[in-house]
Write a protein that binds this ligand. Structure first.
Ligand code: NAP
Length: 259
């Protein structure tokens, strides 16, 4: 299927690795020019080069922290009128409710709720004027089913989901959609890093810890970033204009709900 977005421009945040990178790569393969960002300059420039090799599109790499106002200004200066916005950033650290300070909560809300809201506010009205826009927030399966060790993430991401529910339904009249994609376990640096830590804490081999995690996935495997990128690209397509305010769970069947 031709997604009908050839020649459009996308901002993809936190995109040197993992899920953000996969979204940028797939959009570029669909002919979308991409403005990608991450904090580590060498990594984001290397990813930009890989995308240029894979697709004949314009790629701008910006080294910045998207959770800061300065970082967001840099991204918007490079691309003030995107057709597509993919919100993403690192997730908050794991821990226990009793140990989190109020500043930990403020940071989580700043990273995973305020940051996407700020970028949506800066771009959605221009998209509505131009009668095309696709906004995706990369959140987490924890929005549907909270994860015990990730209370900071559970709270901030559920907050974002509620915060965009109304604007998602206002913007759609002008062919602008806002949706959330909820990853389950995808094989990225974040997943291998957190599994390595868990293995150390449990005193078991990393490979064993990966097998244990996989055993909980009905699909019998982890998701691959390219699968995530493909789903994201479809939600950004011209055909997806009737899908808004939704939460698309990509978790290999982990969430045990019929609806
Ligand atoms: P990843 O492989 O660790 O990649 C994270 C990417 O984000 C890197 O490019 C990183 O580059 C960039 N980044 C992180 N913080 C940033 C910041 N403040 N400003 C700009 N760029 C930033 O992670 P991932 O697995 O793709 O996860 C992406 C998001 O999905 C995270 O919020 C994660 O919590 C969530 N998630 C992932 C999974 C999973 O299984 N993978 C499951 C549920 C939810 P720099 O470090 O150089 O900035």
């Amino acid at each position: 299927m031709d997604l009908g977005i050839n020649g459009r421009t996308a901002i993809v945040c936190a995109a040197s690795k993992g899920l953000g990178r996969a979204c940028a790569m797939q959009l570029a393969k669909e002919g979308v020019n991409v403005v990608i960002s991450a904090r580590t300059k060498a990594d984001i420039e290397a990813t930009a080069e890989e995308i240029r090799k894979a697709a004949n599109v314009k790629v701008i790499a910006i080294a910045c922290d998207v959770t800061t106002e300065e970082g967001r200004k840099m991204i918007l200066a490079a691309c003030p009128n995107p057709d597509i916005l993919i919100n993403n950033a690192g997730g908050p650290p794991p821990g226990d409710f009793k140990d989190f300070s109020l500043d930990d909560w403020r940071k989580a809300v700043e990273w995973n709720m305020i940051t996407p809201i700020a970028l949506i506010k800066a771009t959605v009205y221009g998209m509505m004027d131009r009668k095309f826009g696709r906004i995706l927030n990369i959140t987490s399966q924890s929005v549907k089913a909270p994860i015990a060790s990730l209370e900071l993430s559970n709270g901030a991401r559920a907050g974002l989901t509620g915060a965009v529910a109304v604007i998602a339904r206002k913007a759609v009249r002008n062919n602008v959609t806002i949706n959330n994609i909820l990853p389950g376990p995808f094989e990225t640096d974040r997943l291998t890093g957190s599994t390595r830590k868990a293995a150390e804490m449990q005193g078991i081999a990393f490979e064993k810890a990966m097998e244990n995690r996989k055993a909980n996935v009905p699909a019998g495997r982890f998701g691959q970033p390219a699968e995530f990128g493909a789903a994201a690209a479809f939600l950004c397509s011209s055909q997806a204009g009737f899908i808004t305010g939704q939460n698309l769970l990509l978790d290999g069947g982990i969430f045990q709900g019929a609806l």
